[in-house]
Design a protein around this ligand. Structure first.
Ligand code: T4K
Length: 368
């Protein structure tokens, strides 16, 4: 087999037209306006809001700060129920503000938080549910909203994986009290580093906008406790250029996913996740489950792939509940999360995105 010369990464960035980017950057230099809600950030926020069909988009310097600000603006406290199978930032954004993340098990099919499991975690200290639309697949949004309404608690979403995805024809970004995106380099849609909180709630949007800029209302008037969550102009330029090419990125990921699907269809012991073909979907995560009928364990397979320059990732092993800050706080959480534990031991994420061609997928799948 021909060796793979250059390392193949999960999360290699999608990058739009360099010429368009440098044009935008030059205009920015001419204006001498580099950050603090300049022209590019304003245009970016409007275009993202239009794309999602949502009233407000408040851009942020990254997804983690966006989560922290959303949590603060929603006045969450006590405990928030969330899945453990997610990037550690979802939990950290809560614990950083001394709110306890209470880990709930996931649905075996969607890998998203299981609404049927939530009620057993609700206590008088519960202030919200935070769903994560994991690997481009939406949570059970209707069931979560019913639970939040019934218990009079807030509902927000970490939508870091779901930019460009829809649920029942409505774009992710329109659900719950607010939704939070990451526009990190490795995400389907990137601004180098960046993020956003999006919401249809006017009052919440105003609070978030104030908090993102130190609480300033006008030049010398601080009316709110705030921090610095601002997106810079150069990051907005990247976002604007990438937004222009988003349909192409969607199509590339669809092509790549289909190539993986065709190649893996008859591979015993490997199961590729499914997406709902009737919805918009970014297909940014090529996730396989490795079961016991496969000749190698998941970790042995990952090591073999790494040795072949394919940097497959165990996103998100071992689950937040087993990471040190949380394992110590909730030592028995694992017992409550059998599905999370099972899935975290089996999953492996393979490279896709515009850096990956069908021929490369042939090379990868041949090594599986
Ligand atoms: N919620 C969820 C569900 C998230 O997944 C994330 C972020 C967040 C919240 C927080 O959003 P941010 O605050 O990050 O905006 C990476 C990313 O840094 C992180 O953004 C992402 N999730 C997470 C899933 O992946 P690491 O520690 O795994 O990154 P690293 O350096 O190992 O890179 C990942 C892969 O991407 C590697 O194979 C290399 C490749 N890569 C990376 C960069 C930066 C490239 O090919 N080019 C690049 O420019 O966390």
């Amino acid at each position: 087999m021909k060796p793979i010369e250059n390392m193949l990464h999960v999360g290699a960035p999608n990058i739009g037209s360099r010429d368009r980017f440098f044009d935008r950057a030059n205009e920015m230099f001419d204006r001498r306006w580099l950050t603090n809600r300049g022209q590019l950030v304003q245009e970016f926020e409007q275009k993202v809001a239009d794309y999602l069909g949502v009233k407000h988009c408040i851009s942020m310097c990254n997804g983690t700060v966006a989560l922290e600000i959303a949590i603060r603006a929603l006045e969450l406290k006590g405990e928030v129920i969330m899945p453990s199978l997610t990037f550690i930032a979802t939990a950290h954004a809560l614990q950083w503000q001394e709110i306890t993340p209470v880990f709930c098990d996931i649905d075996r099919e969607t890998y998203c938080i299981d609404p049927a499991e939530i009620e057993k975690h609700i206590t008088p200290r519960t202030s919200a549910i935070m769903g994560v639309h994991l690997y481009s697949r939406p949570c059970d949004i209707e069931a979560l909203q019913r639970l939040a309404d019934r218990h009079g608690i807030k509902l927000l979403y970490d939508a870091a994986h779901a930019f460009g995805c829809s649920h029942n024809g409505t774009m992710i970004g329109n659900f719950g009290d607010c939704e939070v995106f990451s526009f990190h380099a490795t995400k389907f849609f990137n601004t180098f580093e960046g993020g956003a909180v999006v919401t249809n709630n006017d009052g919440l949007a105003e609070r978030i906008r104030l908090m993102q800029n130190f609480g300033f209302k006008g030049m010398d008037n601080v009316i709110y406790l705030g921090t610095n969550g601002k997106l810079s102009e150069i990051c907005a330029a990247m976002g604007l250029v990438n937004l222009e090419e988003i349909d192409g990125f969607l199509e590339t990921n669809r092509r790549n996913y289909e190539a993986y699907r065709a190649a893996l269809e008859h591979k015993n012991g490997l199961h590729l996740i499914d997406f709902n073909g009737a919805e918009k979907c970014n297909r940014q995560y090529i996730v396989i489950e490795v079961d016991e009928t496969y000749p190698l364990s998941r970790d042995e397979l990952m090591e073999k792939l790494h040795a072949n320059n394919i940097r497959a990732r165990r996103y998100f092993w071992p689950g937040c509940h087993r990471m040190q800050p949380y394992a110590a706080l909730q030592p028995n959480a694992g017992m409550m999360l059998p599905i999370t534990e099972e899935v975290a031991e089996r999953i492996l994420v393979l490279p896709t995105g515009s850096a990956i061609q069908p021929e490369t997928i042939e090379q990868i799948t041949a090594r599986l």
